[in-house]
Design a binder for this molecule. Sequence first.
Ligand SMILES: *Cc1c(COP(=O)(O)O)cnc(C)c1O
Length: 249
Amino acid sequence: MSTNSRKAELLANLERVRERIARAAAGRPAEPELIVVTKFFPASDVALLHDLGVRDVGENRDQEAAAKAAELAGRGLRWHFIGQLQTNKAKSVVQYADLLHSVDRPQLIQALRKAMAAEQQRRQAAGLEPRADLGCLIQVDLDESDLPKAAGTAARGGARPGEIRALADALQEAEGLAPAGLMAVAPLGADPARAFGRLAELSHRLKEEHPGAGMVSAGMSQDLEAAVAAGATHLRVGSDVLGPRPAVR
Ligand SMILES: *Cc1c(COP(=O)(O)O)cnc(C)c1O
């Protein structure tokens, strides 16, 4: 496909998604921010999206994200890391991520704290400005069934609701990190309105202790309307903007 026709396609898709968001947000105090999830798609698509006014992009694999962020450095894109993160990737992610949506365990917070300290030292040694604190969202597992998880669903991860408070406190304590809010994926087979309503309640409770942690990252291509209705502040939309992803990597 030529660059121009790909750009026209992305524009048409973006307009459709923005209309859906506007319609869903009608009468609400604020319209949520759109994060376009560009995983699996080339940096050239991210560049076209940037031309079309997109500034927030989401990625879920460190290697792929790092390469795209390096290729598109200097454009003022904000990189949201939305995937499960292994502790050994923390050092890489803090070099390019503006926000991390997937904190789910204390060990990851410790790895990120150390990685941030090393990153600030690296920047200082290179004569660069220090980076801003890394805003971290706690990913919440909203699955209410007590059944053992089927293969594949457990990989979605997330902390249990009862673990949010301790994780937020740990983020607050950790130099270089800051609790920014909550993120969730609606559980497979669950009613997204109910799941996102639960997330909104958890967010209210979190903000009582951590008023700065007001982000609610919820809603994807299929369920963005339910997320907007429940008060999401950030939507993560991939396939309805970029098209279907290849089935295998
Ligand atoms: C891929 C992904 C999305 C985007 O999903 P679409 O259905 O393509 O809109 C959102 N959130 C997370 C965590 C993802 O991994």
